[in-house]
Design a protein around this ligand. Structure first.
Ligand code: NI
Length: 255
């Protein structure tokens, strides 16, 4: 199974990264995508991907860090990519943390969408309390020339349907297993099978039954099993389908 979004580059993994990676593969995991959130973490993601089989990476600047965005710095990192670069991300809008003003966040988001189009890479979108603005921006690019995934989807079913109409994919973290996550359960239960896949967002958002502990990629299985149960479908079958969705989306050929 693929963990399509984890932060192996987070300092919480500095002391036992090899063990965490091994745990994932020993649990039956097949590939991981290590996601950048600013220039430093994107560099680190690249190094981790280049030193391990079946680990891929993304580069991008998260809305919380968009005051540090430097277009040419990021573009250099894309130009000097290895063949394991699979997306630009995570990028987007965060009006919950609101670390910089909306206009700046939108400017940096749009710049990175344009870079993704220029280099023909999909984007991994972080969106918090900003669904309408993200939707409006994506709609301007419609029909979409690149893949777009809403990472850690937590909006309504109605919004999910609108996004899916644009061709956007959704990915679910362990947050779908939380007791109070009623809306996102409804989404995970009802959207078409070819429109989503799974991620951990480790070290954050640990699924039940380990909520509260540090998350790691091997826990992606818990989220998939939970959603399989919601949809009354065999977990192995669901994992096969969502892995195919992810491989197609990120253009991962083999592992
Ligand atoms: Ni993330």
């Amino acid at each position: 199974m693929i963990d399509t979004h984890c932060h192996l580059n987070d300092s919480q993994f500095d002391n036992d990264l090899d063990r965490v990676i091994n745990n994932f593969f020993l649990s039956g995991g097949s590939a991981m995508i290590c996601v950048g959130a600013d220039f430093q973490s994107s560099m680190k993601a690249k190094i981790i991907a280049e030193s391990n089989d079946n680990i891929y990476y993304t580069v991008g600047v998260h809305p919380d860090d968009c005051d540090k965005f430097d277009q040419s710095e990021l573009e250099d990192l894309i130009i000097t990519k290895s063949d394991k670069l699979v997306a630009i991300g995570e990028i987007g809008l965060d009006y919950f943390h609101n670390k910089s003003n909306k206009a700046k966040q939108i400017e940096v988001f749009v710049s990175q969408i344009n870079l993704a189009i220029k280099y023909n890479l999909p984007i991994v979108v972080h969106c918090r309390d900003a669904y309408q603005d993200v939707y409006n921006i994506l709609k301007e690019y419609s029909p979409l020339k690149i893949g777009v995934v809403m990472h850690c989807y937590s909006g309504s079913l109605e919004f999910a349907s609108q996004l899916i109409k644009l061709g956007v994919k959704l990915s679910f973290t362990g947050s779908v297993t939380f007791n109070n996550a009623i809306k996102v359960k409804e989404v995970a239960k009802n959207i078409p099978l070819d429109t989503f896949f799974f991620e951990t967002d480790a070290p954050y958002l640990t699924p039940e039954p380990n909520r509260g502990k540090r998350n790691e990629p091997k826990n992606v299985f818990d989220t998939a099993k939970f959603v399989a149960n919601l949809r009354a479908i065999d977990a192995q079958k669901l994992i096969e389908i969502t892995d195919e969705n992810a491989k197609k989306f990120f253009n991962i050929k083999a592992f």
